[in-house]
Each structure stands twice: as C-alpha cells, then as structure tokens.
Write a protein that binds this ligand. Structure first.
Ligand SMILES: C[S@@+](CC[C@H](N)C(=O)[O-])C[C@H]1O[C@@H](n2cnc3c(N)ncnc32)[C@H](O)[C@@H]1O
Length: 391
C-alpha cells in the first residue's frame, strides 16, 4: 500500500521532513497538506490540476455557468440586506481555476450595475499555480471594470470586510487528522519511513484539540458502540479558518457550499472507515498513500462543527439547506421551464437539461450542504429571509 520514493521527488521531500521531525513521524494532516499543497510538487500546484471534465474531478462551476449566475443572485441580495453599502467585498476562498469568479463577475456586471459599482472582488487562494491561472483568466478581462485583488487571509486586517466570504468545495480540500479507535482509546495515524518505504503508525493524539473537538460535538467513543479500528477524520484546519474569517469579517455573511454531513451522521459508528476519498484519473478510491502528489485527497465537511464553532465565536446560523433547494429557490426551475419555450435545437435542449439536472441531482451535487452564517447583522432574522433559503 505504501509509497516508494523511486522517481517521486515529493516522497523524497516527505521522507526528509519525517527524518527532521523530533519523533521521526508526521501526522496524516501534515502528510496530506504536503501531498496537496507542497509549493513544488503538491497536487494543487502541479500541471495535473485541471478541474472539470478533463481533470480528476468536476465541481458545480465547472459544469456550466448556471451555478455561478444563480449564486450571484443570492450575493446581490446580501448586498441589499446590508443596506446597499457603497463598499461591499465578496471574498471567494479557494477559487480553483477562476471560473466561478468569472461567471459571478460577468453576471453582476450585466445584471446589477449598481452592485458592481460598490463591489470589490477578493480571492484567497492557497495554490500558487491556481492563483496564477486565476490571475491570467480574470485580470485582463475585468481589470478596468471591477475592483479585483488576491489576498492572504493572514494579511487581511481585522474587521476589514463588509460583505460576504464564500466558498464552493474549499473545506473538503483542507488537510485532516486521521483518527482511529483502538483498544478502547482514540489514537492518531502518523507516517514514518523505513527502508525508503512510507509506513503508517498509530500513536497518541497529536493535540488535545481533537479531544475538545469531540467533546464540543458530544461524540463519545465507547467500545459498546464503536467497532475496533473505527477510522475517521478531524478537520482542525477548518476551525482555524473559521476563526480567521470571523476576525476579518466586520459585518456580513459567510456562505459555505460543500459535501458533508452533520456530526451524528459523520461520526456514526457504522461509518467505520470515515469519509476520506482520493480522486485520480476520473476514478475514486480510498488509498492516500499512492499517486503521491498526483491525486486529489478529500474528506466530507462536518457542518455541525462549523455551526457550533461559528456560534461560539459569535456567528449566527442563518440557514442550512441542500444545493438542489438552494438553486431551485434562486431560479433553476425557471431555467428548466424556459427550455420548453425556447427556439434552440433539441440537442441543445437535452444538453442544457442535463447540465441543470446535474446541479440538483440528489445523489450528487444536489445533495451538497449550503450553510449561511452571519455577523453583526442589525436586522431581526425573523424579518428577513434569503431567497436561496426559503423553506
Ligand atoms: C476542490 S477545489 C474547488 C475549486 C473551486 N471552488 C470550484 O468549485 O471549482 C479546492 C480549492 O481550494 C483551494 N484551497 C484549499 N485550501 C485553501 C485555503 N486554506 N485557503 C485558500 N484556498 C484553499 C485549492 O487550492 C483549490 O483552489
């Protein structure tokens, strides 16, 4: 199962990091971060990263412009509910190849000129390669039409954002700690090296934050309910990220779209192998120790953790729905209906119908979670509803 360093410079680098670490081991979270984001050889910095039909995986924005256009309708409503401030920031986090930004900005420019005037579009992107792609795509096109910039979350001033932080499939791409329940206790999975072989090893938890995490979620591991060798993931990075977003947001919204479960479902005893998945050449499998640096590694999002930690920080939970309902509320149904009145060819109608259905497929993208959180919103929540979240 384990990687061999022959001809893999990333694996050599990982071995070096393991050797230089005090215990000659690194957590799975550190390993996953290197596999995905190493500045030289990580998957998201490689030539191989193509999001869409030509790549290892596709996302809603890579299917058609419908997702971004419908999302833009919701974003404009956020601007309105904040009282149409003359300076409003949209902060897209993890913008992939930049397609979603392209669609949203195009739609805002053509449908909401007043909103466009107030808008500053900010992108936060961890991958250097993708950031360059995004800049090539967007800078020339919109340079003079809209305020557009790239930033790091760390370097943003506190309370500097009035507007909306949002992401699509960001959190599933963050590295996670791998945890296992063995001999009646929680242990963590680490990576070590022996004879140029990457090996996994169990040891005590690397941080007490993992214990606090499960306490906060009221998840208790007991041998009566959880099977021996139960394995799951803990995304501590997203809690750190949430805290940073909270600190930077002065007033407005945080909108998170991703695949995931609530905590009870995520940590259900029957989900005994967790949610970690790898994507390589259009196929998914569950071995993160092969194709090192050439495959995507993801895990589901625990929406309860975002809600609970968000509330603890001071974010209000404004709504949670599924992508299918969210997009239908924003007008996807009208787009489907319009196909029957249109003057387009049957082939085009069928293609468009398929694109729209893919976005709301209950066994696929339609089942994604959409979570809306807010900070310092002065209106009473009961008096306001957001189009995408109408029940
Ligand atoms: C699965 S891709 C999704 C891309 C895009 N949002 C889409 O829907 O097509 C994940 C994206 O998040 C970026 N990313 C991961 N962790 C990040 C972080 N902590 N901050 C900013 N970007 C991050 C990745 O580099 C990549 O652009």
């Amino acid at each position: 199962m384990n990687g061999n360093k022959d001809h893999n410079p990333l694996l050599e680098k990982i071995f070096e990091i393991i050797h230089n670490s005090p215990d000659k081991q690194i957590t799975f979270a550190e390993y996953m971060d290197l596999c995905l984001y190493d500045s030289d050889y990580g998957y998201y910095n490689s030539e191989k990263i193509i999001i869409g039909n030509q790549g290892d995986f596709f996302t809603s924005p890579s299917l058609s412009t419908d997702f971004g256009e419908l999302l833009a309708i919701q974003l404009e409503e956020f601007w309105q509910t904040l009282g149409k401030p003359s300076s409003f920031q949209l902060v897209e986090m993890g913008a992939g190849n930049g397609n979603l930004a392209l669609t949203i900005i195009n739609y805002i420019l053509s449908h909401y000129p007043n909103f466009a005037h107030s808008l500053e579009y900010i992108i936060i992107e961890k991958s250097k390669a993708l950031k360059t792609k995004q800049q090539n795509l967007l800078t020339n096109k919109f340079g003079n039409l809209i305020k557009l910039k790239w930033c790091d979350l760390d370097s943003m001033s506190d309370n500097s954002i009035t507007g909306c932080f949002f992401s699509n499939e960001l959190i599933d791409a963050m590295s996670v700690h791998l945890i296992t329940f063995k001999q009646k206790q929680l242990q963590e999975i680490y990576l070590t090296e022996n004879n140029s072989q990457l090996l996994t090893k169990y040891d005590s938890l690397s941080t007490n934050e993992i214990v606090n995490y499960f306490d906060t979620l009221s998840i208790t591991f007991e041998s009566e309910t959880y099977p021996e060798n139960y394995q799951t993931e803990v995304n501590l990075n997203c809690l750190q990220w949430l805290k940073q977003v909270f600190t930077k947001l002065k007033q407005g919204y945080l909108l998170t779209i991703d695949y995931g479960y609530n905590a009870q479902k995520y940590y259900h005893p029957q989900r005994s192998q967790g949610t970690l998945k790898c994507y390589y050449n259009h196929r998914h499998h569950d071995n993160p120790y092969v194709n090192i640096g050439s495959q995507d590694i993801t895990s589901h999002v625990n929406f309860t953790a975002l809600e609970k930690y968000g509330k603890f920080l001071g974010l209000s939970n404004l709504g949670y729905t599924k992508q299918a309902l969210f997009l239908m509320n924003l007008g996807l149904g009208d787009r489907l209906n319009e196909l029957s009145n249109g003057k387009i060819s049957l082939t085009k109608i069928l293609q468009r119908r398929q694109e729209l259905h893919n976005l709301i497929n209950p066994e696929g993208l339609g089942n994604f979670g959409v979570l809306l959180q807010g900070k310092n919103l002065i209106f009473r929540q009961s008096e306001t509803s957001w189009q995408g979240f109408i029940n």
